[in-house]
Each structure stands twice: as C-alpha cells, then as structure tokens.
Design a protein around this ligand. Structure first.
Ligand code: SF4
Length: 405
C-alpha cells in the first residue's frame, strides 16, 4: 500500500546562542529554537539572553510560526535556587513556550511560579526507558528529551508504551559520559559541567602511560572524545519510530554552522514527509553539513553501543573546509551587484559559494569588488566591513557566502 504525505511532521529544533543565531535558525528552517537565560543553563560561556531579549526572541519566533524554549537544565545546588521563582515568572512573561529542565526541584518550583510554561525534561536526566518516561509524564512534563544513549529500537518501544512527546538529539557534539554524569571538568579545572562550566576535558590531548609509567605513545596524543552525531542519512527511521522533535546541538556554534546544518535537515525532513515512498537521500545534504562541521561523524548509540570507529581516540579530526565569508545584505538586480557584510577575508580571484534557505547553492569567482565609498578594492580584510561585489546570479538578504579555506 502506498503512503501519502506525512502530515504530522516532526519538529526541527535548533540551537540559538544569541538573537542573531535565533533569527537565522528560524529563517533557515527551524520550527523551534532553544536558548539560555543568564542563569540556570549549561552554557555559561554562550552569550545567553536577558529577559528583554527573550521577549524579542519570542515575538520574532511566534511571528514566524516557531517556538522558543529556554534551557534551565543545571543540576541545582541550594545556592542556585534562591532566584528561581522570579526567573521563571520572568520567562513566562517573556512568552517562552517551554523550559528544558533536569532538576526535580526546578520542576516543582516552575510548576508553582510559571504554570503556563511547558516543561521539557532535559537529556541531563538520562532517561533511557519507558517506565522512566512514564514517571516523568506523571510528574507533569509534556516532553522528554531522551538520553543520547538510547537506541532506535528503544525509542520505538518508548513510543509504543507512553503517549508523550519524545525529543532526540540528531546532530552535534556528544559527551563521552551520560550527559550530566561527568565530572572530569570539575576535577581538572574546578568548573562544574552540570552548572554550565564544562571545559570539555574529554577533548583535550593526553599522553598515555602504562602501569610502569612508561610512555605508551609518543607520536600522537590520545583524546577521549566521541565523533559528532549525524543522523541525516537515517531520518526516515527516526520519523517512522515516532520521534516528535529532532534536536541539533550547538548553542556555541556560529550562524554559518546553525544555518547550514538546520537547512539540510529541513530539506531532508520535508522531502521525506512530502513523499515517503519515493524519498531518496541526497548526498549533497551531507556534503553541505560537512562544510560547516568540524569533526568526523557517527550515528552514536542509535544502532548499538559505539565502538572504536565512533571515537576520535588518537586523532583530532578538525577538517573543513569552508569559512563563512559574507552575509548578503542586499542585491541590486539591475546592476547585478550584491552588498555583503564581510565575515572573513575576501579577495579578487577567490572562488566563493552562495547558499540560502530556499536557493540551490552556486559557486562564483570574485572579479570585481568595491568598498562602502564605491572605491575599487582588491581585498576586503576587515571583519564586518560592507563590501559590494559583481554577481550575475540573484541572491536575497540573509543568504550567505562561504569560501573554501
Ligand atoms: S568533559 Fe566531555 S564528557 Fe564530560 S561533560 Fe564535558 S563534554 Fe561531556
């Protein structure tokens, strides 16, 4: 029997480290974004949002039919709980759609202080079974973000047993521990990974010694890091398993990364849901992601326990590849001139690539450029400077230009 289009598409949930990233994530296809407030979140080093910025974020998102969630997923100590009630009230006032929360104390306090805000249980709670999901449902959460260590088969079983929204990570960095169960950073740098301070100690380079203190390797340092998760080739199985929300990791990542990755998942989800029987995975979706991603990729725990192929172990595989070179501000169709905000050095002779949320990417050789005063220039070296460039193919504001390194 042939299947028609899938009407109930899963949500695509993107990270937004600041307002600019939030706007790009939504314009490039996210149905929802998650942000951090100025306390109670796990990314102390991200820009994080004031309450006024949260209000601007929800106004923009709701206008575009998208939602905003706030990550308040620390494991709280007594001192962290002093201002929770006011914090949650302010979140509610800013129009935030849901908070992502791990600590039972925060769940209880939020229910009292901000009853209209939905509660999403964070992956920090390491939920891996349907009875646990059932437990949290009874506690009043409307969605569970499963542990990254859950397999595809386990997701199917969870969806079969419990009627609740299920969210899974589909892309981005992985912890080498159950998220929230790691204190490497606390020990090595006195920064609490469960209170927003993770120093990513698992990604450092280590020398290895045997029990006899002999140096095991003197050529390549050892790292404990996992490859990054990437499930774009496996979306049909995740959609068919009933996952309600697909989450991309990376609130610290650039707008180039967020826009690129979000948009490729948008294209893949839309293509599958429009016609599941005729769906064909396009390898250019993965190629595009590789232009912004910085590590090798893995399917994590979805198909079983990862082995040595899924870990970086002895190499740091920083590759790509492309630099975000410019943001399109305007395009003059008559004169065929694009105005750009420079994000990385551009010079005459460079081969660049334009891409956007709805256009098909194309490459272009830079032959003529001008500065803001319309003076001819050979290179645009200054970050954020305005550059004009001859471009014979039309682009739109907020399309992007990248350059191969
Ligand atoms: S040190 Fe690594 S494994 Fe530990 S919390 Fe940080 S990212 Fe996760």
């Amino acid at each position: 029997m042939t299947r028609g289009p899938i009407m109930n598409k899963p949500e695509l949930l993107a990270p937004a480290g600041n307002l600019e990233k939030l706007k790009f994530a939504i314009q490039y296809g996210a149905n929802a974004v998650y942000i951090g407030g100025q306390s109670l979140g796990l990314r102390a080093n991200a820009d994080n949002f004031s309450f006024a910025e949260m209000k601007e974020a929800t106004d923009f998102a709701h206008h575009h039919g998208a939602k905003v969630f706030v990550a308040t997923n620390i494991i709280a100590h007594n001192e962290d709980l002093h201002e929770v009630d006011q914090f949650m009230k302010n979140i509610e006032k800013a129009g935030i759609d849901a908070i992502i929360v791990a600590d039972p104390a925060l769940i209880e306090r939020t229910k009292q202080a901000a009853p209209s805000v939905e509660l999403h249980l964070s992956t920090q709670q390491s939920t891996t079974s349907w009875p646990s999901v059932q437990f949290w449902k009874e506690e009043g959460v409307s969605r569970v973000v499963l542990a990254r260590e859950v397999s595809l088969q386990e997701i199917r079983e969870i969806k079969k047993h419990v009627d609740i929204e299920i969210e899974t990570f589909i892309h981005g960095a992985m912890c080498i521990a159950y998220s929230g169960r790691c204190v490497l950073s606390n020990h090595f740098t006195a920064r609490d990974s469960n209170r927003g301070g993770c120093s990513q100690s698992c990604r450092w380079q280590y020398d290895m010694f045997s029990e006899l203190q002999e140096w095991e390797r003197n050529d390549t340092p050892f790292t404990m890091s996992s490859k990054d998760l990437c499930m774009i080739e496996h979306l049909p199985e995740l959609i068919d398993a009933g996952v309600d929300s697909f989450k991309i990791e990376g609130r610290m990542k650039s707008i180039h990364y967020v826009a690129t990755v979000t948009n490729q998942y948008r294209r893949a989800i839309d293509a599958y849901c429009a016609n599941p029987d005729q769906y064909v995975f396009k390898k250019e979706w993965l190629e595009e992601i590789s232009k912004a991603a910085h590590r090798s990729m893995t399917t994590g725990f979805f198909y079983g326990t990862p082995d040595e192929k899924d870990l970086l172990y002895i190499e740091r595989e920083d590759f790509p590849a492309f630099d975000f070179a410019g943001l399109v501000l305007d395009y003059d169709e008559e004169k065929q001139i694009v105005t750009l905000q420079q994000r990385n050095k551009i010079s005459i002779g460079d081969t660049v690539e334009f891409f956007g949320p709805t256009m098909e990417r194309f490459t272009w050789k830079v032959e003529q450029m001008w500065n803001e005063k319309d003076e001819t220039i050979n290179t645009a070296p200054h970050a954020m400077m305005t550059v004009k460039m001859k471009l014979e193919r039309p682009v739109k504001a907020n399309d992007m230009m990248r350059k191969q390194k």
